[in-house]
Design a protein around this ligand. Structure first.
Ligand SMILES: C[S@@+](CC[C@H](N)C(=O)[O-])C[C@H]1O[C@@H](n2cnc3c(N)ncnc32)[C@H](O)[C@@H]1O
Length: 276
């Protein structure tokens, strides 16, 4: 199998340009945690839940090579179309991708050796149903590997929101606490996996820092744009403006002390198996 010898990337450079570098740094940090710890085997039937635009699905397929096959699934049709473009442009032979819901997988029982989900299952509407489906399609001995950002992510921002709420909408603090807890913990994720039938074998916590020049930089970041609806859902709408003006002041005071604004991002790698 020496077809790779015929390929010269320079000949394809224009075709590759539009899809070469759009991966967010955010999901890559979690993906690297997954790729650093996942044991790579031969002849694997893999399934990536919530594959988005193809990361880490395509990297997993490349690392496992032609003896393995990976399927990606995501209800986001535009993203699945990007994955299809990548599959075609990169001439990938061992991946297929489907538009669909991980809670109703279009796969037979006991057909998969490895299930991955990078920042996936924690974003799905019904994680319990997804894990039950994952168990159904898992073969005996199959692994499921998840990465997620648990409760405890961005504590500096939550502290600023709590301080701001204390001044103008103190009753909402308990709602913000509940919103923060919804992310899950080692215990809650372990228990969800166990309830679906899996046995947790490895939990690897990690963390990294994101640094911003000031509150405006943080609050305009694309990542925060994806988190903001959750935060706002815990705060009465008539207080949104007042709370966030105060949050900006608090965060800018911290930035003035440290020279920049830092936030901690907690990460978890959780691996479980379907017992033989
Ligand atoms: C934070 S993104 C992660 C995407 C990709 N895995 C990455 O690491 O960049 C979460 C993905 O989960 C997908 N998703 C949400 N609900 C889903 C479901 N029920 N079944 C499958 N995927 C789902 C979203 O469309 C989105 O692509």
């Amino acid at each position: 199998m020496t077809d790779y010898l015929q390929r010269n990337l320079i000949d394809e450079i224009d075709e590759l340009a539009p899809i070469f570098d759009e991966l967010t740094l955010w999901s890559s940090r979690f993906g690297l945690l997954l790729l650093d710890h996942l044991e790579i085997r031969q002849g694997v039937v893999g399934l990536d839940l919530g594959c988005g635009t193809g990361f880490p699905l395509l990297e997993l397929a490349a690392l496992h090579g032609p003896s393995s096959h990976f399927t990606g699934i995501d209800p986001w049709e535009a993203a699945v179309n990007v994955v299809r473009q990548k599959i075609e442009a990169h001439r990938i032979r061992n991946v297929d991708v489907r538009v669909g819901d991980a809670a109703t997988l279009p796969l037979p029982d006991a057909s998969v050796d490895l299930i991955t989900s990078n920042l996936g299952i924690n974003n799905m509407a019904n994680p319990e149903a997804v894990l039950r489906e994952a168990f159904r399609v898992a073969r005996d001995g199959a692994r499921i590997v998840l990465t997620t950002n648990p409760t405890g992510t961005m504590p500096q921002v939550y502290a600023a929101m709590r301080e701001a709420l204390a001044g103008c909408a103190p009753l909402a603090i308990s709602d913000l606490d509940a919103q923060e807890r919804h992310r899950g913990t080692v215990e809650s994720i372990t228990s969800e996996l166990s309830e679906a039938g899996f046995t947790v074998s490895r939990v690897i916590p990690a963390a990294f820092e994101m640094r911003f020049a000031d509150a405006a930089a943080l609050l305009h970041h694309l990542l925060v744009a994806s988190l903001l609806p959750g935060w706002l859902s815990a705060i009465p709408s008539e207080s949104h403006r007042e709370v966030f003006e105060r949050v900006e002041e608090i965060l800018d005071q911290r930035a003035a002390v440290d020279g920049y604004l830092r936030t901690t991002i907690e990460c978890l790698y959780v691996e479980a198996t379907r017992a033989r």
